[in-house]
Design a protein around this ligand. Structure first.
Ligand code: SAM
Length: 280
């Protein structure tokens, strides 16, 4: 049987009644499909009514239900809390005692009792576009300024695949502005988690592409773990990003079953850098 092209799979419509019944991973997957569909419609400047229809489906599913499903997804039985990987890595490094607790910024935080919060290795600041707890600040990472804190570690777990494509590169670049410069004792860490298909089954990206892209940002791979579902990557922040970085979509792999995930990055275009009060 011929594989169904991603385009057709993503364009499948759910009936409103069926939408309400979606739960768990199915809900998360469908939410992402709708976000992607909305993005595609916006890009081809489709009729605003079509865009509004997709937005209504998103609203019907609801960001709260999506986040609840994400929280449940962190439940061990269903794939687990990705910060366990980060905690194990940090423990294995045998950093001098003086570096602890490491200041950690958790982007896209949906739970305040992840392993990174309970391990005592970190002092954690948490942000999310839609806060679900008083200890999670409601904030877009792109709006966060260095005056709100500089970090020895930033966690960006399953966030980029949620973010609109044109903001993904900006998010990575912006994170470098919030990482503390390297010291002799420790280099700041960036923890990136993506669904495995984004890196292993994209037409436009591979593990090698993402590694080169991150090196342009001054972030060097120190740990990689891939499972059937998830890719975990840890980077050390060793130097400033290059002043000119341009990564455009270029087909690397052909195949009807591949997806279109990509992280466009262009530092020559105006990036949404918030003005830090100290810099005014
Ligand atoms: C799938 S959840 C990830 C939850 C958790 N980090 C994990 O690893 O399971 C994605 C979260 O990223 C958040 N998010 C997406 N873009 C963001 C941005 N620009 N700034 C802050 N949070 C963002 C969303 O609101 C959503 O709660």
């Amino acid at each position: 049987m011929r594989p169904v092209p991603v385009r057709l799979r993503t364009e499948r419509q759910e009936k409103p009644g069926a939408l309400k019944k979606l739960k768990g991973n199915k809900l998360i997957r469908h939410y992402h499909v709708l976000l992607k569909r909305k993005e595609q419609l916006k890009q081809r400047k489709a009729n605003p009514k079509e865009i509004q229809k997709v937005q209504s489906e998103l609203d019907m599913l609801g960001i709260d239900a999506y986040q609840k499903a994400s929280q449940n997804g962190q439940n061990k039985r269903r794939g687990g809390d990705s910060s366990v990987i980060l905690v194990e890595y940090v423990k294995s490094q045998k950093y001098p005692k003086t570096v602890y607790p490491i200041d950690l910024l958790e982007i896209g935080c949906v739970s305040i009792d992840n392993k990174c919060s309970t391990s005592k290795l970190f002092r954690v600041d948490r942000i999310d576009l839609h806060s679900t707890h008083p200890l999670i600040k409601q904030q877009d990472i792109l709006e966060r300024t260095p005056s709100e804190g500089m970090y020895g570690c930033i966690s960006c777990s399953l966030v980029l695949n949620f973010a609109p494509p044109e903001t993904r590169g900006d998010i990575l670049l912006h994170c470098t502005r919030l990482l503390k410069p390297p010291t002799e004792q420790m280099k700041s860490l960036f923890f990136l988690v993506l669904p495995a298909p984004c890196v292993l089954n994209s037409r436009y990206m591979s593990l090698e592409t993402i590694s080169k892209m991150m090196e342009d940002l001054g972030l060097f791979t120190v740990y990689t773990k891939t499972t059937a579902k998830i890719v975990y990557l840890i980077y050390e922040y060793r130097k400033e990003p290059k002043s000119v970085i341009v990564w455009k979509k270029k087909e690397l792999f052909k195949g009807a079953t591949r997806n279109n995930f990509f992280i466009p990055l262009n530092t020559t275009e105006a990036t949404r850098r918030p003005v830090n009060k100290d810099e005014q």
